[in-house]
Design a protein around this ligand. Structure first.
Ligand SMILES: [Zn+2]
Length: 304
């Protein structure tokens, strides 16, 4: 699932394929035998292998469309731009967070200081903005249908290629990835659940999931992703049968999911996901917050 492998190209359907890395599938659409459009660009650690593969296949990247602003989806935008002089397409929110570490400081789950962010993410500006609410976008003469899939990340989009292949980015994960996750990474649960249900009703010829596979049917997997999220919400609700601060709740979830209590990255990632779940539980009237001697505490309203 997360191995170090030499990237290779897998054919999906017609002019649609994907670059397979150990961590992700990065869709590509052939404009002709030489020119391609990529959908996302993968983790930066895979960048050299991806560029090497494209050059070895004598392919030239003309444009990169971005589904959302997570580092494993925009990690090689700058590298691809310098290697191929391609155009970068992003939604307004993604363009905003990429353009300055100050903008990224809000809601960055893995880095907490301005200088850390500045060192890790060089400023990146798009060539074109994608209006993610539009039905479609035409790039280099190719029209992609846009799927609105916010929740996992702000302004997350999917794209359907002219071959009828839907790239769902991180809205649905493959079964092995889902099984391995302690908590599903999510910024806002309510639209994320709605996106998974919307995907369950989709009828495209094939589907590419960033992590990490290609499939012909999506309904069962989309509902399994939704149910897995619902189970995690129930777990957090149960842990709130006793009032907890966010800090102690995060610790309880780390213990419950047998996660590493000494990893800053895991604590911060869990904090991000638990905050989204608590916000959802408050929106749905299942949890309330109280102030107790200067501390915000959350407690379940469900009689157990
Ligand atoms: Zn993501």
């Amino acid at each position: 699932m997360n191995q170090n492998i030499k990237p290779y190209i897998e054919h999906v359907k017609g002019d649609t394929g994907c670059i397979v890395t150990g961590y992700a599938r990065i869709p590509l659409v052939y404009l002709n035998s030489r020119d391609v459009i990529l959908l996302d660009s993968g983790l930066s650690r895979d960048g050299d292998g991806i560029v090497q593969l494209l050059k070895q296949e004598r392919l030239c990247v003309r444009a990169v469309l971005t589904t959302h602003g997570h580092p494993d989806h925009i990690g090689n935008h700058g590298l691809l731009r310098s290697a191929f002089d391609c155009e970068l397409y992003m939604s307004p929110y993604v363009a905003t967070i990429c353009s300055d570490p100050v903008n990224r400081l809000v809601g960055s789950p893995t880095f907490e200081t301005y200088l850390e962010l500045k060192a890790h993410y060089p400023a990146l500006f798009p060539d074109e903005l994608i209006n993610w609410r539009d039905d479609s976008i035409t790039v280099e003469g190719i029209t992609f249908q846009i799927l609105q899939l916010p929740g996992h990340a702000p302004e997350q989009m999917g794209f359907v290629t002219p071959d009828g292949v839907a790239y769902l980015s991180d809205a649905v994960l493959t079964e092995p990835v889902l099984r391995a996750l302690r908590l599903t990474f999510c910024s806002c649960i309510m639209p994320d659940l709605a996106a998974k249900e919307q995907i369950a009703e989709m009828k495209y010829d094939r589907y590419i999931l960033a992590h990490n596979g290609v499939c012909d049917e999506i309904r069962d997997l989309a509902l399994q992703n939704r149910d897995s999220m619902l189970q995690k919400i129930t777990m957090v609700e149960r842990l709130l049968s006793k009032a907890q601060t966010m800090e102690t709740l995060v610790r309880s979830v780390l213990i419950e999911t047998e996660n590493d209590l000494s990893s800053l990255r895991k604590i911060r990632g869990t904090h991000h996901n638990v905050s989204a779940i608590v916000s959802y539980l408050m929106d749905t009237g299942r949890v309330k917050k109280d102030i107790n001697d200067g501390l915000i505490q959350y407690v379940s309203l469900t009689k157990g």
